[in-house]
Structures are given as structure tokens and as C-alpha cells.
Ligand binder design. Structure first.
Ligand code: 3MF
Ligand code: MG
Length: 343
């Protein structure tokens, strides 16, 4: 049996709206999702601040903590943990121009307020990981923001968060574009660079989403490996993406099986999960999917991850060594194809 622990965010089961059409499925209450998640095999849940506390902007600091305590009870009821909390800094009127890098001081202050509340919520939920997907921290018009100042503002915002709580860890989830045209922190290399320039690099790491790496024209397994070499791969969002298209969040492995195999291979070989890290999913059901079967993309992704873990266990490292010694990479490549294609 597989050794990985899996996590998922409530947004993975959504109503199917896209940029060109409305919802096609009805919303499912959080508790019903949690119950189903635990049945499918997830042991932790990923939260945005307003997944845990929906009316966050209208509540005071103490009310926010009380509201989060209800979610903690709900998690306990189903034997689940919280993996991380992420401030949703892309939906609010205050974050139209980004949060931490907005040209407006008031917006930057709002973003930090949400970041602090996110930390408060994480503390109530009993997790120490804060994820920053820097959705609108970039530009639609290149000349609209000073790119050097923007990188500095990102570092300052992270420092403020580290300073606010001496226990939390910050995981930056890089993405090169969408919803903005150009992101200030597009790849894992940028994440490692920013982390090293903060006041406590030991508490700043990365979360790699497969599709985001593909959108940057990079291989997700190498992005993961790069962060692993710094001891800073603290989260993953496994999914798939058919090249340079809109952000697809397809079921893991459904588009590029060999690339998916190599992600699991890198994770297994480097003991990912041994310090409590989860295999997180960030997948979306197709819009065509019916209400009664709208969790299938999740169970499919777990199943594929487990099947690939079995393939990794079968990987013949002696044969690999032999091929490397002969420098016969055609032979090695065919071996991998056979491993994946034969039973
Ligand atoms: C966007 C994403 C986000 C993040 C999430 C948690 C909505 O492409 O991947 O999902 O994963 O906000 O950080
Ligand atoms: Mg993601």
C-alpha cells in the first residue's frame, strides 16, 4: 500500500463555472465535502482563509478565531487535519491590482491584514503552514508597476508575516501567469531566491503545482527536485496540464504519464512525506461532469499517484546504473517506456 498522505482543498469540488459559462453543478456544503474527502482517502484539508471563515472581511479578529474553531471541530469529527491556510488575495475589490505589490498603500495594508488573519486561522486549525499563491502579484501592463520595487515589497510582506508569528512557515506557490500576464515570482527558482532574502530563510519554502510548472515551460519533477535540494519542498499540488493553454487543473497523470511518473519518482526517492508533508491535489472536475459523480477526478488522481508509486518501487536501479555506465540512454528510455506500458 502507498505510504503517502493526501490532502485536498474544498475548491477542488466546484460548480463548474468558467470564463465563458455559469455554474452547472450545485454547491455542496463544506461538511459534506469533508466527509466525502475522508472516505475517498484524504487525511488533510487545504484551506483559503475564507474557506474556513467565509465572511472574514466583516468580522473582528476574535470573531474570526471563534469562527475557525468551528471548522477545527468539523475536521476532528472526520479525523482530518488542516494542511495549510492561504490568504485568498485575488477576489476582493482591494486586490484588483494585487495585494502585497499593489500600487495602493491601502490595498497593501488590506493584504497584510488578511495575511495576519490567515496566520490566526492556521493557529486555531492547528497547522503551521501558510501558502502564498501570489495570484495578482504581477502586471497586466508591464509599465504599471516597478518590478524591482515589487520584488522588494514581496520580501517585506513575507518578513512582516514571519515577524507576526515566530512559528509559522511560508510556502510560496509559484505560477508564471494567470490571472495576471506576468508574475513577479513565476518559478521555484524565484521562490528559493526570495526565501533566501527574507529575515528567516529557514521558514520560507515552496509548494510546487505540476500545472504551474508546465505553464512556465518547465518540468514539474525538476522544479520539485530543485526545491528538494534546498530542503524546501514543503507542499505539492499534483495535477496535469496540456501545454500552454488556460489553467486546466486536470486529474494527475491524465495528460503526461511519464512526467507524472517522474514527479512521484523524485518525491519517493527523496523521502517526501517523511516530515509530515502531504501529497496535495489541486484538480478540477471537467465542466461536463454530473453532480452525482463530481468527486471522481479526486479518486482518479489518488489512484494514479498510488499506481505510479508502485511503478517507482519496481524501477530497476541496477539496470539504470548499467545504462548510465554504457551511456546508453536510448536503452534506459525504452526501459522506462516498458515499465510504464507493460503490466
Ligand atoms: C491557482 C491555484 C490556487 C492555489 C490555492 C492555494 C485556487 O492556479 O493553484 O488554487 O493553489 O489558492 O494556494
Ligand atoms: Mg494550486
Amino acid at each position: 500500500m502507498a505510504g503517502f498522505k493526501f490532502s485536498v482543498g474544498p475548491w477542488n469540488v466546484h460548480e463548474g463555472a468558467d470564463a465563458f459559462g455559469p455554474e452547472v453543478r450545485s454547491p455542496i456544503p463544506l461538511e459534506e465535502k469533508l466527509e466525502k474527502f475522508s472516505k475517498i482517502g484524504f487525511s488533510a484539508v487545504q484551506f483559503h482563509d475564507d474557506d474556513a471563515v467565509p465572511d472574514i472581511n466583516r468580522l473582528g479578529d476574535e470573531e474570526i478565531k471563534e469562527s475557525a474553531a468551528q471548522i477545527k471541530k468539523m475536521l476532528e469529527k472526520y479525523g482530518m487535519s488542516a494542511e495549510f491556510v492561504a490568504p485568498r488575495l485575488w477576489m476582493d475589490p482591494h486586490t484588483i491590482d494585487g495585494g502585497f505589490t499593489s500600487n495602493s498603500k491601502e490595498d497593501r495594508e488590506f493584504a497584510l491584514w488578511r495575511a495576519y488573519r490567515t496566520i490566526d486561522i492556521a493557529n486555531v486549525l492547528g497547522c503551521d503552514k501558510i501558502v502564498l499563491w501570489l495570484a495578482r502579484e504581477g502586471t497586466l501592463c508591464f509599465e504599471a508597476k516597478d518590478p524591482v520595487e515589487s520584488a522588494n515589497r514581496l520580501k517585506e510582506a513575507i518578513n512582516s508575516m514571519l515577524d507576526y508569528d515566530s512559528n509559522i512557515k511560508i510556502l510560496i506557490e509559484p505560477k508564471p501567469n494567470e490571472p495576471i500576464d506576468r508574475s513577479f515570482c513565476p518559478t521555484m527558482g524565484h521562490v528559493m531566491g526570495i526565501a533566501s532574502a527574507t529575515m528567516d530563510p529557514s521558514r520560507v519554502g515552496g509548494l510546487l503545482e505540476s500545472a504551474h510548472a508546465v505553464l512556465a515551460g518547465l518540468d514539474p519533477a525538476y522544479e520539485m527536485a530543485f526545491a528538494l535540494s534546498f530542503g524546501k519542498l514543503w507542499g505539492v499540488h499534483l495535477n496535469d496540464q496540456n501545454g500552454l493553454r488556460y489553467d486546466q487543473d486536470k486529474a494527475f497523470g491524465s495528460e503526461n504519464l511519464r512526467q507524472a511518473f517522474n514527479q512521484i519518482k523524485v518525491l519517493v526517492e527523496n523521502g517526501y512525506g517523511k516530515s509530515g508533508e502531504y501529497i496535495g491535489l489541486d484538480v478540477k472536475a471537467m465542466r461536463t461532469q454530473k453532480q452525482e459523480d463530481c468527486y471522481r477526478h479526486l479518486s482518479n488522481s489518488i489512484e494514479v499517484a498510488r499506481m505510479l508509486e508502485e511503478k517507482v518501487k519496481k524501477f530497476d536501479y541496477d539496470f539504470q546504473k548499467e545504462c548510465i555506465e554504457e551511456r546508453n540512454y536510448e536503452k534506459l528510455e525504452m526501459y522506462v517506456m516498458e515499465l510504464l506500458l507493460k503490466g
